[in-house]
Design a protein around this ligand. Structure first.
Ligand code: CP3
Length: 360
């Protein structure tokens, strides 16, 4: 037994093979691939919309353990997914660093832009875990409530994706300010990235200590970088985070999701040391099978818009994914998060097809 498990009772390595997601991440194939969906909690569920009214704003919702626990459990009760992903957000980290973060209804996140040395100097890594204590309390509470076969996934935004929101001051799809500023102010940008690497290591470490079985790094905006920047801002910081976590928690699998990485998925898989690779919807599956699947466990990549539309095309694509990737260790998932307008019956249908195939 590891010495730190005496101190943190929640961190006790369990038998991986009895938990389907962990087995897949350790390289064990199962006839029925385990499944969970990114953004499986949230606005497409009526019970979430009702619960959401109990907090004045989204950030307070995330930082109230009872609400975060309940939102995490809702999709598990309804669908019996193989993993529960902690209900939180990647932007709790900038909030804990001291940058102002707000979620305005209908507009997405609005942040205090970090583009000057003075703003950067105000960010405080020390003590972020105290400020994020409600997140860890939610994890500890979830660990007690979840069936042991359901893996609990903790997560953080990867440094580049979080930096993009912090520099831009808002969400979007193009991040024009962030993508110019990173070239104009390389020293300040490097300092921000270092701050985020340190903050991410602390945040994920605490999540594991409190009971997360797996952690996922969301690099949702990895695909907007050029090749050089992809190496510097996606691969290198991810490798630093993975190395630090693996040193302390060698048995806790890490899933990387460098959305939009294209051919650089291969280098990401080889260089970062992640155990699992989240594939976005654009990745050609035969290429993934040949090039990526020998390197690590794959997860993905059903089109989230197809899940909204449903019909025969949905059924066919699920079967295609299972046929191409299901012969080796694999985790069924979407290529990006469930969209708010997704009909619940389509989610159920997708789950039924994945699980029925296993029995056939
Ligand atoms: O079920 C789960 O997956 C767990 C919860 C979760 C949320 N956000 C809840 C949420 C997770 C894992 C995230 C990650 C996240 N947050 C990412 C990475 C994944 C991705 O989708 O690319 C990013 C980029 C964010 C930042 C963020 N949070 C944005 C851009 C927005 C606004 C857009 C939107 O979808 O409304 C959020 C808000 C947010 N995070 C909501 C939820 C359920 C909606 C707010 C609400 O319910 O009031």
């Amino acid at each position: 037994m590891r010495s730190n498990s005496l101190y943190f009772a929640a961190y006790m390595p369990t038998s991986h093979s009895s938990i389907p997601i962990l087995a897949a991440l350790k390289g064990i194939r199962s006839a029925c691939p385990p499944l969970w969906f990114m953004r499986q909690a949230g606005r497409y569920l009526p019970e979430y919309r009702k619960l959401r009214k109990q907090a004045p704003d989204f950030l307070s919702f995330c930082l109230t353990p009872e609400l975060a626990i309940e939102a995490t459990l809702q999709p598990i009760r309804r669908f019996g997914f193989d993993a529960a992903i902690l209900f939180s957000d990647i932007l709790v980290v900038p909030h804990a660093l001291g940058a102002k973060v707000e979620f305005s209804e209908g507009h997405g996140p609005v942040l205090e832009p970090i583009r000057a040395r003075t703003a950067l100097k105000k960010l405080r890594v020390q003590g972020i875990d105290a400020r994020l204590a409600p997140v860890y309390a939610a994890i500890a509470g979830l660990k007690q409530k979840l069936d042991p076969a359901t893996a609990l996934i903790g997560f953080a935004g990867a440094p580049w994706t979080v930096a993009a929101y912090m520099i831009e001051g808002s969400g979007g799809t193009n991040f024009p300010v962030a993508r110019t500023w990173m070239f104009r102010e390389p020293k300040l940008f490097a300092a921000l990235m270092d701050t985020l690497v340190d903050a991410t290591i602390i945040h994920l470490t605490r999540q594991i200590e409190h009971g997360a079985d797996v952690v996922q790094l969301f690099d949702s905006w990895a695909g907007i970088l050029n090749e050089t920047q992809f190496r510097a801002c996606v691969i290198r910081p991810t490798r630093r985070i993975v190395q630090r976590l693996k040193k302390r928690f060698p048995d806790v699998p890490i899933i990387g999701f460098p959305r939009g990485a294209g051919p650089l998925y291969r280098e990401y898989a080889k260089e970062t040391g992640v155990d699992g690779l989240g594939l976005d919807t654009a990745v050609p599956l035969d290429w993934a099978r040949k090039t990526l699947q020998p390197l690590c466990t794959l997860q993905g990549n059903l089109d989230n818009y197809l899940l909204v539309a449903g019909g025969d095309a949905l059924d066919r694509d699920i079967r295609r994914i299972l046929n191409v990737l299901g012969n080796r260790p694999f985790i069924f998932n979407l290529g990006h998060g469930i969209l708010p307008g997704t009909p619940i019956r389509h989610v159920q249908r997708a789950i039924d097809i994945v699980r029925r195939r296993a029995r056939a």
